[in-house]
Ligand binder design. Structure first.
Ligand code: URA
Length: 433
């Protein structure tokens, strides 16, 4: 089977067999298929799409390219959560202890961030002493004993996806629904969970810019889950502005603690409760979504969830005093207040621009090995729909570097004002089972 024939077949819009897809994926990983042929095939997929069967076969080929986590030693139904990525998304920090607090085991593998801000692992590492490298025995022990553990992702999961993603990044083939869906789902399946809850973001700060596209991606991923025997639910959520008020690392931990105390911003609290509710229903703790939502809301209010977060920090070697005293988290040297230049309402906040602002301040990585400044970040004092008068503080930039004019400029460009109150956005657009 020559690669040129497989490119030709996809170019004509024909479906490939599982054996043909395996040949492509394995050939590329082993180096037998060069970048230029793989790029041509990816572009053919971009334009011609893939059938449901092809997408499932591509996902399996990614999974089979590397290790699979064996979580069979963990008691109970293991439910994983994945977000398609957004600005200010600190929800894993909330969801892990919240779901664990009702006895559903969360064995979480998470990544570091490359881009605007850190990933969940970076955020947790802003807590003094928090160890995200656990050996398998400690990981399994913590999940069985405390119902939760989090580690940084093993580099041996889905190496084919890793190599192909890097090529997609430089050949303008990232934004293809079959390719995104198989990439995300392969990592979740290799991670070993029994059930998966997906948070598919839509809006200016997300891969998917329209609700129709996000629903299409969500349905594609749920179909993959079904065909590979993983119960999967996808929730399409709003990312037309950043989530909550904080974007960065340590400041996002601080905000996650507020949510866990039942004092968080409404958007984040609703999305966190929705995802956690579906996870706990799939995990068998509750019979239905409404009961789960009511019970989990109570757990936030009574302080049980934040106590569970303290426990997570302690079992992973961190200083849990940050929960009662967030000023123990890393603090930056400079805090620059940004003022409103006119009266009116905040009508939009471009999430991507806010994310880049945070990165310019030091909160994210430009290159893989760049260090992160945990204390750097952005506070959005005003959010969409808020009324402002000239001179009001709309945001605060936190950094240790001098001369951050570019960040100030970008933050101002992210904010749009109008004289009339904007229509509010829903937090949750659709749920796909
Ligand atoms: N996230 C992934 O893991 N893969 C994609 O293709 C896009 C987003």
């Amino acid at each position: 089977m020559r690669m040129v024939d497989l490119i030709q077949k996809k170019k004509r819009g024909e479906s490939l067999t599982a054996a043909e897809i395996n040949t492509i994926v394995q050939g590329y990983v082993k180096g037998g298929i060069p970048d230029y042929q793989m790029s041509a095939w990816l572009m053919a997929v971009y334009f011609k799409g893939m059938s449901k069967q092809e997408i499932a076969d591509l996902t399996s080929a990614f999974v089979d390219s590397g290790d699979r986590n064996d979580l069979s030693a963990i008691h109970g139904i293991k439910v994983d959560k994945h977000s398609s990525g957004g600005v200010g998304d600190k929800l894993s920090l909330v969801i892990i202890p919240l779901v664990a607090s009702v006895g559903v085991p969360v064995a979480k593998m998470s990544g570091r961030g490359l881009g605007h801000t850190g990933g969940t692992i970076d955020k947790l590492e802003s807590i003094e002493g928090f160890n995200t490298v656990l050996d398998r025995e400690a990981f399994i022990h913590n999940v069985n004993t405390h119902k939760m553990a989090i580690v940084s992702q093993s580099s041996n999961l889905t190496p084919a996806d890793k190599k192909i993603y890097a090529l997609r990044d430089v050949t303008a083939t990232v934004d293809s629904i079959p390719l995104i869906a198989s990439s995300i789902m392969s990592k979740k399946i290799a991670s070993g969970a029994d059930c998966i809850v997906l948070d598919v973001k839509v809006g200016s700060g997300a891969f998917m810019k329209s609700i129709a596209e996000a629903v299409d991606l969500a349905k594609t991923m749920v179909e993959i889950g079904k065909s590979l025997n993983r119960k999967t639910i996808a929730v399409v959520t709003d990312m037309s502005q950043p989530l909550g008020h904080e974007v960065g690392n340590a400041n996002e931990v601080k905000e996650a603690i507020e949510i866990l105390k039942g004092q968080g911003a409404e958007d984040e609290t609703v999305v966190a409760l929705t995802l956690a509710s579906y996870m706990t229903v799939l995990g068998g703790a509750f019979d239905d979504f409404d009961t789960a939502y009511t019970e989990l809301s109570q757990i936030l209010k009574t302080g049980r969830a934040v106590e569970k977060f303290k426990e997570l920090i302690e079992i992973q070697g961190g200083n849990s005093k940050v929960v009662d005293n967030p000023s123990l988290l890393p603090q930056s040297k400079y805090h620059t207040e940004i003022k409103a230049l006119s009266d009116g309402y905040v009508s939009a906040i471009d999430a991507e621009k806010i994310g880049i602002t945070a990165m310019l301040l030091g909160a994210g990585r430009k290159e893989k090995e760049d260090p992160i400044d945990y204390s750097a970040g952005v506070t959005m004092v005003k959010k969409v729909g808020d009324k402002v008068n000239v001179g009001d503080t709309i945001g605060i930039l936190h950094t240790n570097s001098e001369g951050h004019e570019e960040a100030v400029d970008l933050f101002n460009k992210a904010y749009v004002f109008s004289k009339i109150m904007p229509e509010s956005h829903q937090y949750i657009y659709e749920v796909i089972h």
